[in-house]
Design a protein. Structure first.
Lengths: 154, 154
DNA sequence: TATAAAACTTAGCGCAAGCTAAGTTTGTGT
DNA sequence: ACACAAACTTAGCTTGCGCTAAGTTTTATA
């Protein structure tokens, strides 16, 4: 009498995985925005709606909507017609996301993927990489960097 | 006078990447559904709304909605109160997705990620892996398999 | 400094993907 | 064969995230 039970259990765990992916989806946009806002502030001194729109490939109206939501969720602050700032929470998320993004991108390149493709895929993959997997990526990266600089592999 | 141009060009390419990720998002649900439908038909003989709901962790009503959309998009066929079938297009997409999914999962495990985490992450990552990256994963996999079976590296 | 351009906001729309609650159909078991 | 349970559908709601079009504010320039 275990086959049906096993099957039900398998279904339950499958469902759990999907729920996690759906949850990850809900933070993707937020991560992309704060990551970009941090970058813009860093490189140009401020983050404006029009710049975000240009870098994200959406309209100003869409950016505005999203910024409202991010403000509601405590990740950014802004005032009408003024530029956008990160809260502490927003900055933390930005740093996290950026680190994740960079590791994924460099990992893909270390694996032999061309830079342009690595850029594209990293953008999608970064939001779905657990800490454990990120760790594995970083480990591989460290090893392949050592190899590239001429050191021996054990 | 090239700095501003370069910057604008960088923004344009960044935007393009985001648009691709957004596009990928739109096919994710479809891929997950057809993949699961194929598996259920394979293993149990048929795919029913209630099973999909159980495996996906959503309600019957949600599955129903989605199945309507997939039917509209030519990926499945079904009749009221009857089980669900894949069209040729649906079957093709299912095979594609399954292959992609398996490669990603096995790749992560080869990299040292534990099976449960690999399962979770693969679910999210599979939809964002380009052909080039998948190729790189498969190559790594082939190499590490050879290594594991005792063959020499080069 | 007035006006035109650029930036921003608001209103109102659409679609995807989730939900609950209520109703209908199918299939089983006594 | 009929009643009840399970499966399915429908209606109606919510949120996210995209859009266009129209209006407002800010900024730059003539």
């Amino acid at each position: 009498m275990s086959p049906p039970d096993d099957r039900a259990e398998e279904a339950r765990r499958h469902a759990e995985r999907f729920q996690r992916v759906r949850a990850a989806h809900q933070t993707e946009v937020a991560e992309d925005y704060v990551e970009l806002i941090a970058q813009l502030i860093d490189e140009t001194g401020e983050a404006r709606v029009v710049d975000l729109a240009g870098w994200l490939g959406v309209t100003n109206a869409t950016v505005n909507n999203t910024i409202q939501r991010l403000q509601r969720d405590g990740l950014v602050t802004t005032k009408p017609y003024r530029s956008i700032f990160l809260t502490d929470a927003g900055r933390d998320l930005a740093v996290e996301s950026r680190k994740r993004h960079d590791i994924v991108r460099e990992f893909l390149m270390a694996l032999g993927v061309d830079a342009e493709t690595a850029d594209i895929d990293a953008e999608g993959i970064e939001h779905h990489v657990s800490d454990a997997t990120l760790e594995a990526f970083a480990t591989y990266l460290a090893r392949s960097t050592n190899t590239a600089t001429g050191r021996r592999r054990s």
